[in-house]
Design a protein around this ligand. Structure first.
Ligand code: NAD
Length: 343
């Protein structure tokens, strides 16, 4: 039996990032309905999936017997739509940012618990090829004990003028990029974040929200995470990971590992002890078309199918998404108050 699926919001992301894998993995999913307020979107969805189309998701919930709704509407719409679908007895996959703040995230978790339905936050960066490889490398101890993780992305001065530039729609790059960048740094550290310091700025985009954020986080054991979305030319590394036995640099798909080895008999009385340094490099897998540094949607959807069938626990758990939202809230509060926030 395939998973009877509806797409709620057939816009830029719904009609591509989600519709593509749902169409490809037809042994797992059948797109039985699409809901969008835009008639053109409904027309396109109908001709692509030969499905029933709706302009009102509540009507869709009444008419259809669904196993899963994939919610890909504007960010400020996610919480209400998710709660309505869960309370209507349907599992939900909700795109990032799943919630605008912790209060919304908690409402959605409560709605899922109330009806015993699955709430799957779409956090594709969890599957990013860089994160997956870096976890392996750090797990092997190749650079020793990690004390600092820097994660950075750039706009290269590209601006946008859609709803993402307005606060009332849940715009701003902290909510838009935080679920990629901050989530990945947290996942790699593998520890809860204890404190957050953040600065948000609106540099070049029109609208009323930030197009830049810089966050300094510390984990429970004291690992420092710096996460930033920068208005700058895309030149600096996307990751720098510092351990007490080396440093890893990642730029796009290129990984450079610098390992240090101190001489066996260090004389503590000597002014300096110079380590031996070996450098190795490798390329991350996945072509540019799959954009797999942020997770390849075609590879993620089979896991969604298995999670909906109860065969595996969904890897991007609601617990991890809630932790992320707590951190994002703290970064925003820190910027507003100009002080470090304890989480
Ligand atoms: N890499 C990623 O995971 C990724 C990439 C892009 C966007 N997103 C997220 O996807 C969401 C949508 O972004 P987008 O760029 O596709 O936006 P969009 O504006 O292109 O699409 C939103 C769609 O929702 C429809 N819609 C609005 N109100 C509706 C309603 N009441 N009922 C039904 N449909 C309604 C709109 O007509 C539109 O087609 C955002 O939350 C964004 O952050 C995630």
């Amino acid at each position: 039996m395939t998973i009877k699926t509806a797409i709620l919001g057939y816009g830029r992301s719904g009609s591509t990032l989600h519709a593509g894998p749902l169409e490809k993995w037809s042994d797992d999913f059948t797109v039985t309905a699409v809901c969008d307020i835009d008639p053109e979107a409904r027309k396109n969805a109908k001709s692509r999936f030969n499905c029933t189309v709706y302009d009102d998701y509540k009507e869709m919930l009444k008419q259809e017997e669904l196993d899963l709704v994939v919610i890909v509407t504007r960010s400020e719409q996610h919480c209400k739509m998710t709660c309505d679908c869960l309370r209507g007895g349907v599992n939900v996959l909700v795109t990032k940012p799943w919630a605008l703040n912790v209060a919304e995230a908690e409402q959605m978790i409560a709605a899922a618990d109330e009806r015993g339905k699955m709430l799957l936050p779409w956090l594709p960066a969890r599957w990013g090829c860089d994160l997956v490889r870096l976890k392996e490398l750090l797990g092997s101890g190749i650079i020793g004990k990690v004390f600092m993780i820097r994660r950075r992305e750039f706009s290269s001065f590209g601006t946008r003028a859609d709803w993402q530039i307005w606060k009332k729609h849940g715009g701003g790059y902290l909510l838009n990029w935080g679920p990629h960048i901050i989530y990945q740094a947290m996942q790699l550290a593998g520890e809860k974040v204890a404190t957050a310091y953040g600065q948000l700025r609106q540099v070049i985009n029109p609208g009323d929200v930030e197009d830049l954020f810089h966050a300094v986080l510390t984990t429970e054991s004291g690992i420092i995470l710096t996460c930033e979305f920068a208005v700058a030319i895309n030149k600096l590394p996307n990751w720098v990971i510092q351990g007490d036995r080396g440093t890893i640099f990642v730029k796009d798909k290129s990984v450079e590992i610098h390992q240090v080895k101190f001489p066996d008999n260090i004389n503590p009385a000597e002014y300096s002890n110079t380590p031996e340094i070996t450098v190795t490099s490798e390329e991350l897998p996945g072509g540019a078309a799959t954009n797999s540094r942020y997770g390849d949607a075609f590879a993620i959807y089979p896991e969604i199918a298995r999670a909906v069938r109860g065969e595996i626990a969904y890897p991007a758990s609601t617990g991890s998404a809630l932790e992320l939202t707590r951190v994002i809230d703290a970064v925003r509060a820190s910027s507003e108050k100009n002080q470090v926030i304890s989480i």
